[in-house]
Ligand binder design. Structure first.
Ligand code: 2HA
Ligand code: ZN
Length: 272
């Protein structure tokens, strides 16, 4: 079949359209990538062309040698992906050494894959290994309330996580391992990729201070749902602080009880 008929492109486009409407993607903000499993890439082979030019990834990902990814384009707008996927996203292949990529579909009006490719691919490499291949989505957005909180909450994993766990009873069930925080850094390079991937060893959600959020997921629903849940917690937090701050909250033992009843492996280091 043609790639336009594939379920994975449909899922990718649906996430970008929904996420733009959420207000998480001003201008060219944010980026999305999907590791395309072998059988899915074979099913759309007729749409792919040869690699014209191999370019540096800006990172080394040997465990992803030969793999294919669907990625948003650098400088492209999330809101335009739905109108014209072929101009705004690309399918890339990683070379045999895991150092370069080549475009095999998309970006028909020119362009390069997302500026955050070093972080996306390094996170894919790690999560593929950690989940036995189940994790396929890496997603970065600029959600307003979450970014606002990075100006007032301590930029510490424990404090940031605990504050957001308190904001809705089922939040600890959605991100029981907690949230990692990367201090402010220049985006787009290997330094922020290394810092993020180090935290991704422990978490599925990583905050970039004064910038945005990185999440992973087995599929589009999981990645979008995680972004949505964390941003909603952040929105409640902003509202609570705007109303003068907490007058009461979930008791500390409540978290332990929740973990027991919901059978979740809640990160005990983040309880008080
Ligand atoms: O502009 O969000 O972090 C895309 C980005 C870079
Ligand atoms: Zn960004």
């Amino acid at each position: 079949m043609k790639i336009e008929e594939s379920k994975f492109l449909e899922g990718f486009v649906r996430l970008t359209a929904d996420a733009f409407k959420k207000g998480w993607h001003e201008r060219n903000g944010g980026n999305l990538s999907y590791r395309i499993p072998q059988e899915e890439i074979e099913s759309v082979r007729q749409s792919l062309h040869e690699v014209q030019e191999w370019q540096d990834i800006g990172n080394t990902v040997p465990e992803l040698a030969g793999e294919y990814f669907l990625v948003t384009g650098s400088g492209k707008y999330m809101r335009n992906v739905e109108l014209s996927p072929e101009e705004n996203v690309a399918v890339i292949q990683v070379d045999a050494e895991g150092k370069k990529y080549g475009i095999v579909w998309g970006l028909t009006a020119g362009g390069r894959p997302t500026s955050e490719l070093p972080t996306h691919l390094a996170a894919h490499e790690l999560k593929k290994k950690m989940t036995g291949g189940r994790n396929k989505v890496i997603y970065h957005a600029h959600p307003t309330n979450l970014i606002a909180l990075t100006f007032v909450l301590p930029l510490k994993d424990k404090e940031f996580t605990h504050e957001l766990w308190e904001m809705a009873t089922e939040d600890p069930v959605i991100f029981p391992e907690g949230i990692g925080v990367v201090p402010w850094m220049v985006p787009g390079g290997k330094e922020i990729a290394d810092a993020s991937v180090k935290l991704m060893e422990k978490y599925r959600v990583v905050v970039w201070a004064h910038h945005g959020l990185f999440v992973c997921g087995d599929d589009f629903d999981e990645a979008f749902g995680l972004m949505d849940t964390v941003e909603k917690a952040a929105e409640i937090c902003v509202k609570v602080r705007s109303m003068g701050g907490k007058q009461q909250t979930i008791p500390e033992d409540g978290f332990r009880q929740l973990a027991k009843d919901f059978k979740i492996d809640l990160n005990q280091d983040f309880l008080k």
